[in-house]
Design a protein around this ligand. Structure first.
Ligand code: CDP
Length: 233
């Protein structure tokens, strides 16, 4: 198998466990992990920091320039993925509600997506890697040797996000409803955009994680990867 296709693409909507699954699969295989959403989140952070108005085309242009010039790095340290912008650790800041609220609007610009895709392909090079996102198996690495599409019910996804952001409040119906609403809104934007919409690749392996524990979820992907690697050996 050409090393260029030693890519596992893990796509799916928000809160399905893509990042944690991808990171663990990468660690078990000894492969690189790349979080494509982090690039869109960094772009959203740049839009906020430069006070750009996403409804103004000239500001969209400025954002693309800022992203193209930015030095964005990712590394996994002690099981946690860190994202750096010009050397500054922005891991926490790119996950704030302010960034999350605008990221899918930032991501609907085809030219900005191309900048991200070039950056992603450059970061991966010829290394084997596990990459998570929305369009990895369909657009960024269509020749990935394994494509996984993760699913989970909206309620379960909202519960997971509350557990991450506000532990202990997972059973509060008002909190749950508000997280569910913002997840549903982001999914809608990601699915309905004209460029690289969120959708499973035709040859994707579907994994509904609603009733699965994390270890089983990871083991299924690792097993599928090993089977394919063996078939190709
Ligand atoms: O972790 P979570 O599922 O909340 O999202 P993420 O992977 O950090 O991605 C944040 C946003 O970036 C998504 O809602 C998409 O709008 C955008 N994105 C994208 O358009 N394409 C990708 N390959 C990855 C993320």
């Amino acid at each position: 198998m050409a090393s260029g296709s030693r890519i596992i693409a893990i796509d799916g909507p928000a809160g399905t466990g893509k990042s944690t699954t991808a990171r663990e699969v990468a660690s078990r295989l000894g492969w690189r992990y790349v979080d494509s959403g982090a690039f869109y989140r960094v772009a959203a952070l740049l839009a906020l920091r430069h006070d750009l108005d996403l409804t103004v085309p000239a500001d969209r242009g400025r954002l693309r320039e800022a992203l193209e010039a930015a030095d964005v790095g990712q590394e996994v340290v002690g099981g946690t993925s860190h994202v750096r912008l010009e050397g500054e650790d922005v891991t926490v800041e790119i996950r704030t509600p302010a960034v999350t609220a605008i990221v899918s609007r930032v991501a609907d610009d085809p030219d900005l997506r191309e900048i991200v895709n070039v950056g992603l392909r450059g970061q991966v090079g010829k290394e084997p890697a596990v990459i998570d996102g929305r369009d990895i198996g369909t657009v960024v690495f269509p020749d990935a040797f394994l494509k996984v599409f993760l699913l989970a019910s909206l309620e379960e996804r909202a519960r997971r996000r509350v557990a991450e952001a506000e532990p202990g409040r997972e059973d509060d119906p008002t909190v749950l409803a508000s997280y569910a609403q913002s997840l549903a809104e982001r999914d809608r934007r990601d699915r309905e955009r004209s460029v690289a919409p969120l959708r499973p690749a035709d040859d994707a392996l579907y994994l509904d994680t609603s009733g699965l524990d994390f270890d089983t979820q990871v083991a299924r992907v690792v097993r599928a990867a090993r089977e394919r690697l063996r078939m190709d050996a």
